[in-house]
Design a protein around this ligand. Structure first.
Ligand SMILES: [Ca+2]
Ligand SMILES: [Ca+2]
Length: 190
């Protein structure tokens, strides 16, 4: 009971501390970002680009991702969304920590035999000629990713962001992994 009251007191104190900051008129820019990252086991690498909407304590991110595995040469393309929470405005402080939660949904493709489907898949005038192929979805991959990281302010020109993300994917628990990234965000007026 005492601990509960103490928690509430601390929360109230934190809230009060952040209030003056939150009440300042925010001129935070929206950003475009590009991010690169990789993981050790499984060995993956990825690139991501998109938009970010920044507020004093939150950032909403959305973009397109490519995620490739060198183990089985799968390349997943998809969309990502995320939200991050920072205790202070990353554009006003040299270094700002954050925690976040992201999501990814993507597909991989493959070329398969298509010489028996009564369709001229390659539109060369011959239907089902020998060696005709078509592109189909090979696999899907979804991930939910809690993350921690740091924003480093680039002298008002943008942010360098380092993050460690734990990807929990639809490939099974043995595929879950830490994914380490760095990203650049550049202010944009929109
Ligand atoms: Ca054909
Ligand atoms: Ca065909």
């Amino acid at each position: 009971m005492t601990r509960c009251r103490l928690s509430i007191f601390i929360l109230a104190l934190l809230f009060a501390t952040f209030q003056p900051v939150a009440s300042l008129a925010s001129d935070d820019p929206n950003v475009v970002f590009i991010e690169m990252g990789g993981s050790e086991d499984p060995r993956l690498s990825g690139v991501k680009a998109g938009f970010g909407l920044y507020d004093d304590h939150t950032a909403l991110l959305a973009g397109l991702s490519l995620l490739g595995s060198s183990n089985n040469d799968d390349l997943f393309a998809g969309i990502n969304m995320g939200v991050r929470f920072h205790p202070m405005d990353p554009f006003d402080y040299p270094v700002t920590p954050f925690i976040g939660l992201g999501g990814f949904v993507g597909y991989s493709w493959e070329e398969v035999n298509a010489d028996d489907d009564d369709i001229d898949n390659d539109e060369d005038g011959d239907v089902d000629e020998e060696g005709e192929t078509k592109t189909t979805i090979k696999d899907t991959l979804s991930a939910i990713s809690p993350e921690v990281g740091l924003h480093i302010d680039l002298m008002g020109k943008g942010l360098l962001t380092l993050s460690a993300r734990y990807n929990v994917t639809t490939q099974g628990r043995e595929f879950d992994h830490w994914f380490y990234t760095f990203a650049f965000s550049f202010p944009l007026n929109f």
